[in-house]
Design a protein around this ligand. Structure first.
Ligand code: KIV
Length: 263
């Protein structure tokens, strides 16, 4: 069994070894990924790949708590980060009340909130009150409707400077690590170099302190769309479809169950 990471060991990984983060939304998958992942993220991406919605915005705190409980049960030896959903950290009091609920009801190790310098005050308040915070800068899926689409960041000098300012603000506020999403690789490299805490990339190139992927993307289970940054390590959808078709065929031909499967 792997040794569970701590906030200190996660911070110490910077410059020593790339961190591996994978999402999971239930106990079954949490158990499957826990052997290889340093951290499991219960991402609000579940609203798309699990609940079938077009973005993450309608995920509720209750739903995130339900899924985080399942992941914590399935992978009790893993370091678990729970996404705080849209609208649950609009000010520091709400953020603390909702993060405490997440901590108390799930046993997760940290929450993740999206935003940069604009969220630093909230991150600072959470950390001061015993909530470990993973930041999330760059492309922010919870801002997709406000911004009118998923926009890669770091394309201009101004955006690059803002990303560095965001990372530094989140670090100064007390976050122990952060995700950087959808950022030009050369800019993400600069951002990672500008802070002393790990910066975990998704669609941000290789020169950061770790990688995170959504499990249903990397296993080829989510077919709606595949972002450029996703590598499919398995053709999961075809494997599942073929297996279910074989099952259906065997049922129809009365080949299943056979003598091995009956009492
Ligand atoms: O919700 C999620 O899965 C995430 C990842 C994309 C980092 O936030």
């Amino acid at each position: 069994m792997r040794k569970k990471l701590t906030i200190s060991s996660i911070k110490q990984a910077k410059g020593a070894k790339p961190l591996v983060m994978i999402t999971a939304y239930d106990a079954l998958f949490a158990r499957l990924v826990s052997g290889s992942a340093d951290m499991i993220l219960v991402g609000d991406s579940l609203n798309m790949s699990f609940a079938g919605k077009s973005d993450t915005l309608s995920a509720t705190l209750e739903q995130m708590i339900y899924h985080t409980q399942a992941v914590c049960t399935g992978a009790s030896e893993s370091f678990i980060v729970a996404d705080m959903p849209f609208g649950t950290y609009i000010n520091k009091e709400e953020a603390l009340k909702n993060s405490i609920k997440m901590f108390q009801e799930t046993g997760c190790d940290s929450v993740k909130i999206e935003g940069g310098a604009d969220k630093a005050e909230i991150v600072e308040y959470l950390c001061r009150n015993g909530i470990a915070v993973c930041g999330h800068i760059g492309l922010l899926p919870q801002s997709v409707r406000g911004e009118g689409g998923y926009k890669v960041k770091g394309r201009t000098e101004e955006e690059s400077k803002q990303l560095i300012a965001d990372a530094q603000a989140i670090e100064s506020a007390g976050a122990f690590c952060m995700v950087i999403e959808g950022v030009k690789a050369e800019v993400a490299k600069e951002v990672a170099a500008s802070v002393a805490i790990p910066v975990i990339g998704i669609g941000a190139g290789v020169d950061v302190d770790g990688q995170v992927l959504v499990f249903s993307d990397m296993l080829g289970l989510f077919e709606e769309f595949t972002p450029k940054f996703v590598k499919k390590y398995l053709d999961g959808a075809s494997l599942v479809r073929d297996a279910v078709a074989t099952y259906a065929d065997e049922v129809q031909k009365r080949e299943f169950p056979n003598e091995k499967h009956i009492y």
